[in-house]
Design a protein around this ligand. Structure first.
Ligand SMILES: NC(=O)c1ccc[n+]([C@@H]2O[C@H](COP(=O)([O-])OP(=O)(O)OC[C@H]3O[C@@H](n4cnc5c(N)ncnc54)[C@H](OP(=O)(O)O)[C@@H]3O)[C@@H](O)[C@H]2O)c1
Length: 291
């Protein structure tokens, strides 16, 4: 059957490289959807794609709009009957000079509620052998949070629970109570934990059936990438470019076999990292511990 792939946030950096890389690796009968929130940037990104073998289509998909995700999932189901590869990659940036209280609403709307809505709408469309991969980060571990906050994300059982936990944190940030509750100042950290929690919850619900159908749902830690999303926050000297990071992620998605231990987990796929907060080196294929 012809393969169908979808990448969110594909108008620059890692998302663009994933779309271009998949379009180069898949067959002419396959389709890659390069999506983004802005029509002009989607059109420009399509023009910038080089060397595609598969058909590549651009679509506007603003993940902060739940109805837009649902509509797009419905359209894809009508056109293709299902989907094979989804990279939920989108990221709305925050800058160090931003007041978290001012940006938290749209940040959570896209990065967290957008991700749970992608999971709700696209997991049911996965074909046998499908891959649903949420690009998170190694920060998406409870170890990055004060222990008193762990119960907020541990033992959740539904995506609604995850949204609720994330929105409680969002409300604390919006009202200025977050620092007093020991939440980290960089809102990326709880947000990534929320993404990983969402994948874990969905995977717990679907595990037996997905494994019997060769479907992998997982979060991905891609390691540092030299992009403007991280540059203001981290020392990126020597960090790889988006194309270099996309290669192993595409290998991971296209590998017909996978390690069942990866199902539902946060898997590091990329360069070896010192992993200071975990006390050991994180290698590609290793699971970043949740707790
Ligand atoms: N950079 C790193 O060091 C690093 C490390 C670990 C994990 N990651 C993760 O890797 C992923 C990609 O990172 P990146 O550095 O490539 O980020 P980026 O350069 O900021 O690109 C993010 C993409 O998401 C799109 N986007 C933003 N809001 C959206 C929305 N509401 N709906 C749809 N698309 C939206 C952006 O579109 P516009 O072009 O319209 O802004 C852009 O195409 C993210 O999930 C990030 O957290 C990155």
């Amino acid at each position: 059957m012809n393969k169908v792939a979808l990448i969110t946030g594909a108008t620059r950096n890692l998302g663009f490289s994933l779309a271009q890389g998949l379009a180069r690796r898949l067959d002419p009968t396959d389709t890659v959807y390069l999506t983004g929130r802005d029509g002009e940037r989607v059109a420009q990104s399509l023009k910038n794609i080089a060397g595609a073998k598969a058909e590549i289509r651009g679509e506007v998909l603003d993940v902060s709009m739940r109805e837009a995700i649902e509509r797009f999932a419905g359209d894809l189901a009508d056109r293709h009957g299902g989907i094979d590869i989804v990279f939920s990659n989108h990221y709305t940036r925050v800058q160090p000079e931003d007041n978290p209280a001012d940006v938290i609403d749209y940040y959570v709307e896209a990065n967290n509620l957008g991700t749970t809505n992608m999971l709700r709408s696209f997991a049911p469309l996965l074909r046998d052998g499908g891959r649903l991969l949420v690009v998170a980060s190694r920060a998406g571990s409870l170890r990055a949070l004060a222990p008193a906050l762990h119960p907020r994300f541990a033992n959740l059982t539904s995506l609604d629970d995850v949204d609720h936990a994330v929105c409680r944190w969002r409300d604390a940030v919006r009202s200025g109570r977050a620092p007093g509750q020991a939440w980290p100042a960089w809102i990326n950290i709880p947000s990534k934990i929320g993404q990983v929690a969402a994948v874990r919850v969905l995977a717990a619900q679907r595990r037996a059936q997905d494994l019997s159908r060769g479907i992998l749902i997982a979060s991905i830690s891609p390691g540092l990438i030299d992009t403007g999303a991280s540059r203001p926050w981290l020392d990126l000297s020597g960090a790889p470019q988006p194309d270099e990071v996309a290669g192993p992620l595409i290998d991971f998605a296209l590998d017909p076999d996978f390690d069942e231990a990866h199902y539902g987990e946060l898997v590091h796929v990329g360069r070896e990292e010192p992993g200071a907060s975990f006390g050991h080196v994180i290698r590609t294929g290793s699971i970043v511990p949740w707790q």
